[in-house]
Design a protein around this ligand. Structure first.
Ligand SMILES: Cc1cc2nc3c(=O)[nH]c(=O)nc-3n(C[C@H](O)[C@H](O)[C@H](O)COP(=O)(O)OP(=O)(O)OC[C@H]3O[C@@H](n4cnc5c(N)ncnc54)[C@H](O)[C@@H]3O)c2cc1C
Length: 479
């Protein structure tokens, strides 16, 4: 059946390539109306600990991504209708006004997104219209997995072994190239709001660490990282780096908003392997994408448990305290532990932190400071440019010891981590210039230096750098 007119509801799939909902809408209808709604509950909402749900880095990235999507749709003779408000009310109004018979969207699986989906489905149904769901988030299709979602192995390596050799990754859906039928009903395309209009101040100095929102920039980064710099060939060795832009792929922010599809990355890596070279590093990037799928499946399997303090393991006897004073020092990068503070300063200044950094600061908050890890997870939700609900909460569950880490009571030794991953102290000195006179070997042992020694390097505790908030406890399984 070919429909007269349908709506494509863009969500976290802000792209034309490999977009199943868009592809099917074009195939199954004469006229497609692309819509994006900035949902007030998201853009002005607060997390349960009252952090803004979307901080300035992600908001700017999101607005750029919407702009880019509109511009790419315009090149095909279409447009992107943009609105601010309650998604389900706006979509039902547009559907009624334009007499569209269905809304096509890529399905979301997490709590808040599902609520909106369900509300919309009801409203549409009352008007005799349909909400049609498609897929597009993961590398694998859940339908192809050798187990139902509820039986997804809780241990990553087991999950990986069960899927990667048996299940093929499907090809991406092709990018539409034919001109769209122009939108034939009178519909204001809607202004994309500015950061100032959304209440953000001081917007000129937002340094997004090189991330530019949108599918165009995403595809360029994919091309550059593989074909131009060939950074992918050393990915396995460099991925734990901390300073610079090329030590890892930096695909995360585009993946999170769906400007880039994981299947597209996979296809390009396989092509690169055939045409240039395959090595452990080219495989390792695919391996990391499997972590992303794994946490998404954990989110589907355990639903709201990923947001609860006892995590997916439903642990009751946890020791976490909700102490805002200590938490704030961690969040501001004022703990007096240089490796932690440098990472938090990077996050607060750019919205990005390396994977190594994220693991160490999360472990420090949950395991050393014994602070309620949900505070940290919500803070990340607010500030990260690449926030992805399942990757964020899944990783926090894992590091806090309430998720899928098979090793009991694991935590990081901050000194070992900084000597291994920042042995020359460049990362710490970049973000904490007040420590730049300290020689690298001393910087690693910063917390055991005497006040006199520190002052000989221009550091006066309590004046230009804080006293440490912790005297390091000994853990049995630290590395
Ligand atoms: C506490 C904590 C919170 C995190 N929160 C997020 C988040 O909100 N959003 C997010 O995208 N990632 C999150 N991560 C995972 C990881 O840190 C980032 O994906 C990665 O640092 C992004 O940089 P990259 O794109 O250069 O990664 P690369 O190393 O180049 O990896 C390629 C891609 O693989 C995926 N990936 C890699 N590692 C992981 C992982 N551990 N879990 C899930 N996916 C992974 C990402 O999509 C990434 O873009 C978190 C990790 C921790 C420890």
């Amino acid at each position: 059946m070919i429909r007269e007119r349908v709506i494509v509801w863009f969500r976290q799939d802000l792209r034309l390539h490999d977009n199943e909902a868009l592809f099917e809408a074009i195939r199954q209808s004469k006229e497609v109306i692309p819509v994006f709604v900035l949902d007030e509950r998201q853009i002005f909402g607060k997390t349960s600990f009252e952090f803004p749900k979307i901080g300035k880095f992600r908001m700017k990235f999101l607005l750029e991504s919407i702009e880019d999507l509109r511009s790419n749709l315009k090149k095909l003779g279409s447009d992107l209708i943009v609105r601010v408000g309650h998604t389900e009310n706006i979509l039902i109004n547009i559907a009624n006004q334009t007499k569209a018979t269905a809304v096509y969207c890529n399905r979301e699986r997490t709590e808040e997104e599902v609520k909106v989906q369900d509300n919309l489905e009801k409203l549409l149904w009352q008007e005799g219209k349909e909400l049609l769901y498609f897929r597009g988030k993961m590398l694998y299709y859940t339908a192809d997995l050798p187990f139902p979602v509820t039986h997804t192995p809780d241990i990553f390596s087991q999950f990986r072994k069960e899927v990667e050799r048996i299940i093929p990754v499907r090809d991406p859906f092709p990018t539409p190239t034919k001109q769209f039928q122009p939108i034939s009903v009178p519909l204001n395309s809607g202004e994309i709001p500015t950061m100032e209009k959304l209440g953000f101040i001081d917007v000129n100095n937002i340094d997004k660490s090189g991330f530019e929102g949108g599918e165009t920039a995403a595809l360029k980064r994919l091309h550059d990282y593989l074909w131009v710099s060939e950074g992918i060939l050393n990915y396995k060795e460099t991925r734990n780096g901390m300073l610079g832009r090329n030590f890892s792929s930096r695909f995360s922010a585009w993946l999170a908003l769906g400007c880039l599809s994981p299947k597209m990355i996979y296809q390009e890596i396989r092509r690169f392997e055939k045409e240039r070279m395959a090595n452990e590093s080219t495989y390792w990037l695919i391996f990391e994408l499997l972590w992303r799928d794994f946490f998404r499946l954990m989110g589907k399997k355990y639903k709201s448990k990923i947001f609860q303090i006892g995590g997916t393991r439903d642990l009751e006897n946890h020791y976490f305290k909700t102490n805002f004073e200590i938490f704030q020092k961690w969040a501001d990068g004022n703990t007096g532990v240089p490796f932690i503070d440098a990472n938090m300063k990077e996050l607060n200044s750019t919205g990005f932190m390396s994977n190594r950094g994220r693991q160490v600061v999360a472990s420090f908050l949950a395991k050393d400071l014994k602070i309620n890890w949900l505070l940290g997870a919500e803070y990340f939700e607010s500030v990260l440019i690449d926030y992805d609900v399942c990757s964020n909460y899944g990783n926090w569950n894992y590091v806090a010891g309430v998720g899928s880490d098979p090793r009991e009571d694991r935590s990081f030794n901050i000194q070992t981590q900084s000597s291994k991953y920042d042995h020359n102290g460049q990362f710490v000195k970049h973000w904490l210039p007040e420590l730049k006179q300290i020689p690298a070997d001393k910087l690693i042992a910063f917390n055991s230096l005497s006040a006199n020694e520190l002052s000989s390097y221009g550091v006066n505790l309590g004046k230009n750098y804080p006293f440490s908030i912790i005297s390091f406890p000994k853990y049995s399984k630290r590395f």
